[in-house]
Design a protein around this ligand. Structure first.
Ligand code: PBG
Ligand code: ZN
Length: 324
């Protein structure tokens, strides 16, 4: 006998009551801030499609990381913009590549900040694809060799976690092997396990100058309608040795996050990607939505779906609101 015995509004009456029965808590501990590092000195270059985000030279990056750590954010993920791009993306796996140098500088100054590195070739190749080409196709097995090398140089520089985002088959196993052989059996892999071929990556590709020069990424990133296949991708990555698995993007894929969290005991990460961020910023700028509230509602939804780790360009703003 529901009404009038049950009145759902009783526990919604005051903020204190609502606080007591709140089921999902977003904490600064859940947040990871993505950062773009570029060559030069004294560079803080705004990314026009992502207000509040910048490309930083290493010296400025270290300062930014100091502020991020000061807000209580546990981790950053670094993306590199190299001096030169070429067909094989060589600057991506050199010991003194941009990300490798950046990791050294950040870890030297802020040893407790967790530094994650994105492992992919698209920021370093002149054609913008996530691997090396054979004809117009990305050559899977050649690419995972290079990704193994890249991950090893990141670990050698001091990366705390490596995060392959390429979606080649077998890359997690190859990277695990390269790390273990190099003496880095304690460096975890956070794999972009269910990464979809999404239009929401647009602003990132401007930021990293990594849009493919021909074709698209649909032969390696997942087809957006597929959920069972996402579970298979995640299971394979865990079998290959992934320590954390990621779903990307987040908002249009909350069902995938939820299924992953209920199917696998591995920690789940979700990437609240560039396009998701830019849409909120653009609508807020126009005065059409309350940007802060939409941000917190979005991050809480990603958390509620089951992600422990949220990579988000909102991390600093959210940390401030969370009292960091
Ligand atoms: C590189 C990579 C991309 C993103 C993270 N790593 C771009 C892509 O796959 O095109 C997207 C992040 C974002 O949109 O915020 N493979
Ligand atoms: Zn890529």
């Amino acid at each position: 006998m529901p009404f009038p015995i049950h009145r759902m509004r009783r526990l919604r009456r005051t903020e204190t009551l609502r606080r007591m029965v709140r089921e999902t808590r977003l904490s600064v501990d859940n947040l990871v801030m993505p950062l773009f590092v570029c060559p030069g000195e004294g560079v803080t270059q705004p990314i026009s499609s992502m207000p509040g985000n910048f490309r930083f030279s290493i010296d400025r990056l270290v300062e930014e990381c100091r502020e991020i750590a000061g807000l209580g954010i546990p981790a950053v993920i670094l993306f590199g913009i190299p001096e030169h791009k070429n067909p094989h993306g060589e600057e991506g796996y050199e010991e003194d590549g941009i990300v490798q140098l950046a990791v050294r500088a950040v870890k030297e100054t802020l040893p407790d900040l967790v530094v994650i590195t994105d492992v992919c070739l698209c920021e370093y190749t002149d054609h913008g694809h996530c691997g090396v080409l054979r004809g117009e196709d990305v050559a899977n097995d050649l690419t995972i060799e290079l990704l193994g090398r890249m991950a090893l140089t990141h670990a050698h520089a001091g990366a705390d976690i490596v995060a392959p985002s390429d979606m080649m088959d077998g890359r997690v196993a190859r990277i695990r092997q390269a790390l273990d052989e190099g003496g880095y059996d304690q460096v975890p892999i956070m794999s972009y396990a269910a990464k979809f071929a999404s239009a929401y990556y647009g602003p990132f590709r401007e930021a990293a100058d990594s849009a493919p020069s021909f074709g698209d990424r649909r032969s390696y990133q997942m087809d957006p309608p597929n959920a069972d296949e996402a579970m298979r991708e995640i299971a394979l990555d865990i079998d290959e040795g992934a320590d954390i698995v990621m779903v990307k993007p987040a908002l249009a894929y909350l069902d995938i996050i939820h299924r992953a969290a209920s199917s696998f005991a591995t920690p789940i990460a979700a990437y609240n990607v560039s396009g998701e961020y830019s849409m909120v910023k653009a609508a807020a700028e126009k005065g059409w939505i309350d940007g802060e509230r939409v941000m917190m509602e979005t991050l809480t939804a990603i958390r509620r779906a089951g992600a422990e780790i949220i990579l988000t360009y909102h991390a600093k703003e959210a940390a401030r609101l969370l009292g960091g």
